[in-house]
Design a protein around this ligand. Structure first.
Ligand code: AMP
Ligand code: MG
Length: 334
């Protein structure tokens, strides 16, 4: 009897060990239990930045991650509109660094391509909206600030930018995180690590494979706690723009941070727009732009440009382009 109880105990303990090991592997998608996976997390650019590196050498991985965070802090110093001494805050007064110049030039090209749906000069209107204090700006204030908005009113020349109207300002918040993920991937590659993932909030880029498997990137459920789907990606960038990032609800209407530069108000056709592309700078700016275009123009733009996209409409229904289907697993958890 005694031995039988002991045997049972051993069996139960073994079962617990096996189950714990299994759940660990399931929870971490199998990857983190591999000893060549190295991770780092820091709060930079006003958000959580995650870097994952596949490398046999711990020292090599740690140096690559450290340099990546250093780069993210450097970019934040240049591109943040919240830092009064950043180049973006003093755009009209200073010679620009190559990063700021190239990113601004790219942002203006995207503005042209999206017919002004994406427009970094929307800053004076964006900053009227206070999502912390949940304050609706006055209609007259929006109208007044709208006069300062217009991407054609910036001239780029000789590594500097000139505003053609006094009072203009720039917001690269819709493109800078994607650019930052691109820079991180360049740094990881330069360090010679095998593969890596760089995530600056909802802007993610991967290179190589996650130990012979694609990288698994979840798409957040805009209204739920979980995810609506998983993208299996290799050497790609993915960005999601959503109405759940910065918002408040007043009289049943959701007011959020994706602002139509033509009206000064948020657009409510989508809950989220996810774009996959080779580069973060493209996926980031296009996700913001398509969101702001709204359903009709946004879908037309996606089709015309052959974009890989997954969108959640305002009623919770979804649409995915054919060219993304092979990489997408639905989780039906919206
Ligand atoms: P994202 O999360 O990449 O979609 O970027 C959202 C941020 O982009 C906002 O918080 C604003 O700072 C900025 N933004 C809002 N509306 C626009 C717009 N129409 N064009 C460019 N940037 C915008
Ligand atoms: Mg964006």
């Amino acid at each position: 009897m005694e031995t039988r109880t002991n045997k049972n105990k051993v069996a139960i303990i073994s079962l617990i060990i096996v189950l714990t090991a299994l759940s660990y592997r399931i929870f971490f998608h199998g990857a983190s239990v591999d000893s060549n996976v190295h991770k780092g997390t820091e709060f930079i650019m006003d958000t959580i930045c995650n870097i994952t590196v596949i490398a046999d050498s711990k020292v090599q991985a740690e140096m690559a991650i450290e340099d990546s965070f250093k780069e993210l802090r450097r970019l934040e110093g240049l591109l943040s509109k919240y830092k009064p001494d950043s180049e973006v805050s003093r755009l009209n007064e200073v010679k620009l660094s190559l990063d700021t110049y190239i990113l601004l030039k790219t942002a203006l090209e995207i503005s042209k391509l999206t017919n002004g749906a994406f427009d970094p000069t929307v800053e004076p209107v964006v900053s009227l909206w206070d999502f912390e204090k949940k304050l609706m700006p006055a209609k007259e204030d929006i109208e007044e600030k709208l006069r300062l908005v217009g991407f054609t009113n910036i001239e780029l020349e000789d590594m500097s930018a000139k505003f053609l109207q006094p009072g203009m300002s720039i917001d690269l918040g819709g493109i800078a995180k994607g650019y930052a993920t691109d820079r991180v991937i360049e740094i990881l590659k330069a360090h010679g690590v095998k593969a890596g993932l760089s995530a600056v909030a909802g802007d993610i880029r991967v290179f190589g494979n996650n130990n012979n498997r694609p990288w698994r990137v979840g798409i957040k459920a805009p209204r739920g706690e979980g995810i609506v789907g998983v993208l299996n990606l290799t050497n790609m960038a993915v960005s999601t723009s959503g109405d759940y990032e910065r918002f408040f609800i007043k009289d049943g209407v959701r007011y959020h941070h994706l602002i139509n530069p033509a009206t000064g108000y948020p657009v409510n056709d989508f809950q989220s727009v996810t774009i996959v592309s080779k580069k973060g700078v493209v996926s980031d700016s296009f996700a913001t732009a398509v969101f702001v275009m709204g359903k009709e123009k946004g879908l037309k733009f996606i089709i015309e440009h052959g974009l890989q996209a997954f969108v959640v409409f305002k009623d919770g229904s979804t649409f995915i382009t054919d060219n993304l289907l092979d990489y997408f697993e639905s989780k039906n958890n919206n």
